[in-house]
Design a protein around this ligand. Structure first.
Ligand code: GKR
Ligand code: MG
Length: 425
């Protein structure tokens, strides 16, 4: 089997005005879709966070992929390494490295090809199922009113309630509890995460306490200020969150600071910001920076790297959860297959999907039932791409004019003069 064609398609998907530590989401989130076509006419798909930088890097990597056998991933990765440059994750809540995305997109598309070639789901190529259903968590955001860009393939507002609810603003404790109730009611999620780092810590901590009162002490809760709290602030408010949170995600910046907070506060610490690559693992052990790592195949460089991370977590006594950014169905399927194959992935996974639901490019979007997704049984990723929708979302990318994610600029449109601060409180 040989890869004959590689198609790189940037897309823009509607995204509501969600707030975070770096500002505000733009009306569209960017993704890049990669299609690898084999000499026997099979298509394999991958999806990663989008930017012109990532698209260019994927274009550069084409020379290492065309003509290769998708089963020979070691050779493909070795060749990509000859072109890949080292890059930095940056200070933003999301990871800005480019070449991990390239590896991830290519690897996922190759696994989709391999699965289709042998007639088995990707999870079977990753060692088989450790679970039949993969549970996800509600992912709440403080937000302004509206649903962002056009949801032209939108959810039926009458059928769901969530389509209406997600348009509402959530700028205080009551708003966030109402958002949680609407999302949990529609999707059946059993755990709840709040994106923090937006308002004064007192508001965010009160939101978590109110959530515990609304849902009961058995519902696992998480708060993620994306590292904009100082060590002192994280400890002060962390003490109030003992007995409230399941885990405390990236309150402070860097491994040393996270280790200090972890020693002072009796809540498991989690990260998708301070330990994000294999090069970070010695520092993680030295500083004991977290108890739980949020894996992400887009950022760790694919499925195999994520399985290696799982081994590390097992050996070093760390839990493993999963991180998410705005995404559609190719990523959702890849996350589900991977999560199904990892024995020690025991936390409900993050997903932004409810914010994108109704704008998917797969012909039969995966369904959440009781907060979980059943692992797809079809060959490869088990999803088919609707090429008309792909073309429409590509046109939206061209029309919207965005070429990279920049939440600070979006925030300045609403609050002139607002600037990102690495430590705000
Ligand atoms: O989409 O605003 C967002 C999130 O803050 C995202 O950028 C982060 O990468 O989901 C994220 C996280 O830190 O968990
Ligand atoms: Mg996080």
């Amino acid at each position: 089997m040989k890869i004959q064609e590689m198609h790189i398609t940037p897309i823009a998907i509607a995204d509501p005005p969600l707030l975070n530590a770096a500002g505000l989401h733009a009306p569209y989130a960017l993704r890049v879709v990669v299609e690898l076509v084999s000499d026997d006419g099979i298509s394999g798909w991958g999806e990663v966070p989008g930017s012109e930088k990532t698209r260019n890097a994927l274009e550069q990597s084409k020379q290492h992929i065309i003509g290769k056998d998708p089963f020979q991933l070691n050779a493909i990765f070795a060749d990509i390494s000859t072109t890949a440059q080292s890059d930095d994750r940056g200070a933003t809540p999301w990871d800005q490295r480019t070449w991990v995305h390239v590896r991830s997109a290519v690897e996922v598309a190759c696994y989709d090809l391999m699965g289709k070639a042998v007639g088995r789901p990707v999870v079977d190529l990753l060692g088989g199922k450790a679970r039949e259903r993969v549970p996800f968590a509600a992912y709440l955001f403080y937000k302004h009113a509206g649903a962002g860009g056009e949801f032209e393939f939108g959810l039926d507002p009458d059928a769901t309630g969530w389509a209406v609810e997600r348009q509402k603003p959530a700028l205080d404790v009551e708003g966030i509890v109402a958002q949680a109730q609407a999302m949990v009611k529609y999707y059946g999620f059993k755990s709840i995460k709040l994106k923090g780092g937006v308002f004064d810590p007192e508001v965010e901590v009160n939101s978590m306490i109110a959530m515990q009162e609304a849902f009961g002490a058995d519902v696992p809760l998480r708060l993620d200020p994306n590292a904009v709290w100082s060590v002192e602030t994280s400890i002060k408010w962390g003490k109030k969150l003992e007995g409230v949170l399941e885990y405390y995600e990236d309150p402070a910046r860097g491994q040393e600071a996270m280790g200090q907070v972890g020693k002072a506060v009796d809540i498991p610490m989690a990260t998708n910001m301070c330990t994000t690559s294999f090069a970070d693992l010695p520092g993680s052990v030295k500083h004991q920076s977290e108890d739980i790592i949020l894996s992400d195949h887009h950022y760790w460089g694919g499925f195999r790297a994520s399985l290696e991370l799982a081994r590390f977590c097992d050996a070093f006594g760390r839990g493993l959860s999963m991180h998410s950014n705005s995404h559609v169905g190719i990523s959702l399927s890849a996350m589900t297959h991977l999560a199904a194959a990892v024995p020690n992935l025991t936390y409900d996974l993050d997903t932004h999907y409810p914010w994108q639901d109704g704008t998917d490019l797969v012909t039969e979007p995966l369904k959440f039932e009781d907060g979980a997704i059943e692992v797809p049984t079809g060959a490869g990723l088990g999803v088919d791409v609707d090429r008309d929708i792909l073309a429409k979302l590509n046109q939206k990318y061209i029309d919207c004019g965005l070429t990279a994610r920049n939440d600070e600029i979006e925030m300045q449109k609403v609050e002139p003069g607002w600037t990102f601060k690495a430590t705000r409180w």
